[in-house]
Design a protein around this ligand. Structure first.
Ligand code: CA
Length: 229
């Protein structure tokens, strides 16, 4: 999951970047609204965090420019305490959620995950596709209700494929959403991870949950199942 953070207080920005990294997000960050507009327009962002009080152009203006350019990823705004008018104008211009400073990072992260999930059309934190369930809160997976041990990186790959189940996901898309640095992207690593996931999710090789679409990428084969608990 790739997040764009626009926050002009360096200490807060650095702290959030390191906490988001620790939670497994790929992170692009800047303290400038103008640069933020650019990053959100050019990079494959899953979700953005936008501080409304920025030194060059306002966070509201950043969001307005994205929405005008049809950039529809979800946006969470950060506002200073007592500036409720900012919050309202941010939501009116197309932000999806907000947090008032100071906030707990755990809450920020839970909201980011929920925003990405909902924007992919999932109402619940458990993604259910055929026999496979991915619990995005516990970060765990199960097949036929039997827990499957997966690593943090395997989880990230599986989460992206399941969020977009039924659609072909190219290796480029997958790596762009998992790594912010181009230098870290290695399609051989992705192939190994997908191979491991296949063994874990389908040890008898009969359900084939992750299909290879020749020349295009991977597709999670199972459709979503009912979202009842
Ligand atoms: Ca600020």
């Amino acid at each position: 999951m790739r997040v764009l953070l626009i926050e002009d207080e360096p200490a807060l920005r650095e702290q959030l970047v390191s906490q988001l990294h620790a939670e497994g997000f790929a992170v692009d960050s800047t303290g400038s609204g103008v640069e933020g507009v650019y990053l959100g327009s050019e990079y494959p962002i899953d979700v953005a965090i936008v501080d409304l009080g920025l030194p060059d152009i306002s966070g509201t203006e950043v969001i307005r420019q994205w929405r005008e350019a049809d950039r529809s990823f979800p946006v969470l705004i950060l506002t200073a305490r007592g500036r409720w008018e900012d919050k309202v104008s941010g939501l009116e211009i197309g932000a999806d959620d907000y947090l008032v400073k100071p906030f707990h990072t755990e809450e920020l992260i839970a909201r980011l995950r929920a925003l990405v999930r909902r924007s992919a059309g999932w109402a619940e934190s458990k993604l259910r596709c055929g026999p496979i369930i991915l619990d995005t809160a516990a970060k765990s997976a199960s097949v036929e209700n039997v827990p499957v041990e997966i690593t943090a990186f395997e989880y990230k790959v599986l989460e992206h494929l399941m969020l977009h189940t039924g659609r072909v996901v190219s290796k480029t898309e997958l790596s762009e959403h998992l790594y912010e640095d181009e230098a870290d992207r290695d399609s051989n690593v992705l192939e190994v991870i997908v191979g491991r996931l296949r063994k874990k999710l389908d040890p008898d090789r009969d359900t084939h949950p992750i299909e290879t679409v020749r020349g295009q990428g991977y597709r999670f084969r199972f459709q979503r199942t009912g979202e009842e608990n």
